[in-house]
Each structure stands twice: as structure tokens, then as C-alpha cells.
Write a protein that binds this ligand. Structure first.
Ligand SMILES: Nc1nc2c(ncn2[C@@H]2O[C@H](COP(=O)(O)OP(=O)(O)OP(=O)(O)O)[C@@H](O)[C@H]2O)c(=O)[nH]1
Ligand SMILES: [Mg+2]
Length: 508
């Protein structure tokens, strides 16, 4: 039996960024040719893209782990690494993407609609790109960053124009087969249909899609008999068709009570597309009633019996046979008309008929750098958060002292050291950059040699007051002082010599 796969948890991983290269240019007679290490390539992204050729999420049920290509490392002679390959995962129209908590991230309905699930990591800079007037030949390069690792739930909510609902074995699949070119499996045991069948119906010049929703049973709206999975598929349709079995052998059932049961389930069902713009509640969608199996003599009798009550409901009603095709033409044209009316209405309301491309904000994107203290295992830890410092540590090769020094400079330039001082950090405390579990932890050695004692009264900064650098005026004053002192000393020597206190051996 086919497995039911219209909801899958997908684990997507963006490709790793390639590492930058640290290399020095070599040429005959030029021993110090300068840094020439290229940058690493970016890791590939993972995208979901609607492809109308796809009808199920089956491929992701089989392989839920999807990973984009890694960026290539940079090489000497300024050669940059290639970017990793982007992974475009084809999904059927009607795929809804949700986060772990069930929030809808994207609703992909049109051909080409796409959603960035997991971004690739950035490639690291090579030492050529890191060279500056201060750092002429860096002996290190930046590491490539890891790609995003994201878990999403993807669900298929069919985008058929017409949805057939009804009890198991009412003849929904048989009707689809008779109306369209779809060839679903048909059998008379309950729940034959486990994956909705989608068919295309041609009625004159009109064309529309029709889905047979797997049979519903009482309690379906509460999830019974996979009810939720099945009801998910009617959330988007323009028209709901009730397929009623006029020839059921179950004595406690008849078309009218079946209709009431299914309507009650529809009324109970709360889909989760309600928050999407333009959503029309199920109970407000147009309905059609189909009395099926009138080729069976008992069925025809039953259809005639319930006809008055059915017509009282005010819905268009058709007595048909999926086997002999009786009444199918009328049904097919009536549905075509209803779908056409619906489309006209939607087109009139639609503002943007082009495919949407969604790049969700990366959750870690925060420009502000914060420092706070956290208690862990009886120790005070200073935690630094912010997308920049967190990226910088990922780019650092901690086995290379020069790379670590570069990181320290970056942190100091961004004001992280000052923020640490202000938060009360002293040399030697434990600092974590990033999340407590998973961030980079180290003992803090400030690059500003003198520690907290440097910070004087609030609003003053002793480092500025005692900078060690002299102003021009100070230098000039010192110079004159020095000149005066020399002159005074010369004078003194002179008088002493005149007074005969001592004799100059060279003069005699
Ligand atoms: N005589 C007669 N039998 C029919 C007619 N339509 C369907 N059947 C039979 O009814 C049984 C069930 O038909 P399906 O089309 O599989 O019913 P379904 O509604 O798709 O059932 P589920 O997928 O289980 O919900 C099959 O044995 C069909 O041959 C009809 O118009 N006349
Ligand atoms: Mg079926």
C-alpha cells in the first residue's frame, strides 16, 4: 500500500564556506613577493522551488536530509575557491513550509515560487584580501563559515480547483477516473486512496483540476482515520463536491445522513491557512452534490427518494454513475463554470501574479553587540552576543596566533573590550562569544594591557588623560626648558672656571 506522504520534516543544511588561503607569492629573485592567498568560495544555499511536474513530497520522505555543496578553499596565486552548488529542491504547487513550532514560513502555490530554507556559509578571506598597510604580509587566512542547519516541516495542501469529499467507497476515485485522464487505484475496501489523486478535466474549452480527497469518516476533523491529513487537501479548493453513495449496503447510512456527517466534519475542521490573505473559510465555499451509483437499481430508487430534500438545500445536485458515465457531462460543465467564476474573482483581487521568492531573515542577524553576565556551575561567565563577533570567531583558526591576534583586534575595534570592562570583566575571566552551549569560550586577556583600573570615574577615561603622547605645546615648552638648563649650566661652568675652581687640562 502506498505510504501517505504529504507532510515531511526536512533537515536542510547550507554548504560550508571554503577556507581562505594563506600563501606568499614566489618568483625567482623575489624572495618576498607579498601575500597571494585567494578567498574561499561561498557554501551553496538550499531552496524549495515549486515545479508543476511534482505531485508529492515522497522524495523527501525517503531522504529528509538535504545538503547543498561546500565552497572550495582558496589557493595561492590569488585563485579564489569555487562557490558550492545551490540545491534546488522541487516541490509540488501547494507546499506549505512551517517552522518547528508550526508557524507558517511560506505558502508556495505558483510555478517558480521559491523559499530559501538554509543559506550557505560565507567563504573565508585569503591573506591577500587581509593585507593592509599595517599588516603587509598576514601569515593567516579566515576560515569558511558553516552553513545554516534548519529543520522545517513541509506539507502539501493540494491546489486543485475542485475537491471531492465523501465516505470511503462513495466512488470519488472512480469519478476522477471517469472525468479526467487520471487513473487512480480503485477498490471497495475503506481508505484505498491514501494519497490524493489529482486529475485534469477538459470541459469544452475549460480546463480545471480535481482532487479526490481520501474517504472521510465520522471524527475525521478530530484526526480520526487520518482525517487531518485528508482535510488538509481541501483547504485551497474553489468548489467542494459531496460524493454520496446511493447504493451503500450499510443499513445505518443513507445519502442525507452521510451529507450531514461530512458537513459536520468540515465545519469542525480548522485548517491553518486561515491567516493567509484571501482565505475563504471552508463553510463559505460553493458546494455541489453528487448522488453516485445510480446505475444500481437500488441506487436509482434511493436517489429519487432523497431528491426533494437535497434540492431543498439549494445546492446544484447531479445524479450520476461513474460506471456508465450517466450524468457526468452535465456535472463536468457545471463544475467548469463554477471554477471559471471563481478564477475571475481571484484574478480581480490578485495584485501580484508573479512567483514569489522568499528569503526569510536569518534568526541570528542582529547588528547590536551585547555583553551580559551569566551564572553557570557557580562561575560568572561574560557572554558576548551579536552576529558580527559570532561570525568572527567562526572565521578564526585558533591554532594560528596571528589569526587569534586579528580576532582580538576586530573585537577591540568593535568596542567589545570596552563593553566587557564596563560589564565588570577583569583579566582572566571566562568569556563566551555566542550561545552558552556552542559558543567559543576563552579566558579573557585584554589587548589593552592595563585592566579595569584604567577606567576612572564615570565619564572620564584615564587612558585619554595619561596618553603618554605629548602635544606640540608641551614639546616646545620642554625644549625651551632644556635649552635654558643648558645655558644655565654653561654659565655656571664659566664662572667656576674664571674663579679658578678647576682647571681645564686641554687649555694648558
Ligand atoms: N455500481 C457502481 N459502482 C461504483 C460506482 N462508482 C464507484 N463504484 C464502486 O465503488 C467502489 C469504491 O469506489 P472508489 O472510487 O474506490 O471509492 P472512493 O470514494 O475513492 O473510496 P476511498 O478512496 O476509499 O475513499 C469500487 O468498487 C467502485 O467500483 C458507480 O457509479 N456504480
Ligand atoms: Mg478513493
Amino acid at each position: 500500500m502506498a505510504s501517505f506522504v504529504d507532510a515531511v520534516t526536512l533537515f536542510a543544511q547550507g554548504g560550508k564556506g571554503g577556507h581562505g588561503c594563506a600563501s606568499v607569492h614566489r618568483e625567482k629573485f623575489k624572495p618576498l613577493g607579498g601575500p597571494d592567498g585567494g578567498n574561499g568560495g561561498n557554501g551553496g544555499d538550499v531552496w524549495l522551488v515549486v515545479d508543476s511536474q511534482e505531485t508529492t513530497l515522497l522524495p523527501y520522505h525517503r531522504s529528509p536530509h538535504q545538503r547543498a555543496g561546500n565552497g572550495q578553499p582558496g589557493m595561492g596565486d590569488f585563485r579564489h575557491g569555487k562557490n558550492g552548488e545551490t540545491l534546488r529542491l522541487p516541490v509540488p504547487a501547494g507546499t506549505v513550509v512551517k517552522d518547528k513550532k508550526g508557524n507558517i514560513l511560506a505558502d508556495l502555490t505558483r510555478e517558480g515560487d521559491s523559499f530559501l530554507v538554509a543559506g550557505g556559509g560565507r567563504g573565508g578571506l585569503g591573506n591577500a584580501a587581509l593585507a593592509s598597510s599595517k599588516r603587509k604580509a598576514p601569515g593567516f587566512a579566515l576560515l569558511g563559515e558553516p552553513g545554516d542547519e534548519v529543520e522545517v516541516r513541509i506539507e502539501l495542501k493540494s491546489v486543485a480547483d475542485v475537491a471531492l469529499v465523501g465516505f470511503p467507497s462513495a466512488g470519488k476515485s472512480s469519478l476522477i477516473a471517469a472525468l479526467s485522464s487520471a487513473r487512480p487505484k480503485i477498490a471497495d475496501y475503506p481508505f484505498t486512496t491514501l494519497v490524493p489523486n489529482l486529475g485534469v478535466v477538459q470541459a469544452g474549452d475549460d480546463r480545471y483540476t480535481i482532487a479526490d480527497v481520501p474517504g472521510l469518516i465520522p471524527g475525521a476533523s478530530a484526526g480520526k482515520g487520518l482525517g487531518h491529513e485528508f482535510l488538509r487537501h481541501i483547504e485551497r479548493c474553489a468548489v467542494i463536491v459531496h460524493v454520496l453513495d446511493t447504493a451503500t449496503l450499510e443499513s445505518e447510512r443513507d445519502p442525507l445522513s452521510d451529507l450531514k456527517t461530512i458537513e459536520a466534519e468540515l465545519a469542525q475542521y480548522e485548517g491553518d491557512l486561515g491567516e493567509i490573505e484571501g482565505y475563504v473559510p471552508l463553510m463559505e465555499r460553493p458546494r455541489v452534490i453528487v448522488l453516485n451509483k445510480v446505475d444500481v437499481p437500488d441506487g436509482l430508487t434511493m436517489a429519487k427518494m432523497v431528491a426533494p430534500e437535497i434540492s431543498e438545500l439549494g445546492y446544484p445536485a447531479f445524479a450520476v454513475s461513474a460506471v456508465t458515465h450517466h450524468g457526468l457531462k452535465e456535472l463536468s460543465f457545471a463544475l467548469a463554470k463554477m471554477v471559471a467564476d471563481h478564477r475571475e474573482q481571484v484574478l480581480a483581487e490578485a495584485e501580484n501574479p508573479r512567483p514569489v521568492v522568499l528569503r526569510p531573515d536569518r534568526p541570528a542577524q542582529r547588528d547590536e553587540i551585547t555583553v551580559r553576565t551569566v551564572q553557570a556551575n557557580g562561575e560568572t561567565i561574560f557572554q558576548v552576543r551579536g552576529s558580527k563577533p559570532e561570525r568572527w570567531v567562526k572565521q578564526t583558526d585558533f591554532a594560528n596566533d596571528e589569526a587569534v591576534g586579528f580576532l582580538a583586534d576586530r573585537l577591540a575595534n568593535a568596542g567589545v573590550e570596552e563593553q566587557l570592562f564596563a560589564a565588570g570583566a577583569t583579566p582572566g575571566v571566562t568569556v563566551v562569544i555566542g550561545p552558552i552551549d556552542g559558543g567559543v569560550i576563552f579566558d579573557w586577556e585584554p589587548t589593552m594591557q592595563t585592566g579595569a583600573e584604567l577606567l576612572g570615574r564615570r565619564g572620564t577615561d584615564l587612558r585619554l588623560e595619561d596618553s603618554g603622547r605629548k602635544t606640540r605645546a608641551e614639546k616646545r615648552a620642554e625644549y625651551y626648558d632644556r635649552m635654558d638648563a643648558k645655558a644655565a649650566a654653561r654659565e655656571e661652568l664659566w664662572t667656576e672656571r674664571e674663579a679658578g675652581v678647576w682647571t681645564d687640562p686641554d687649555r694648558d
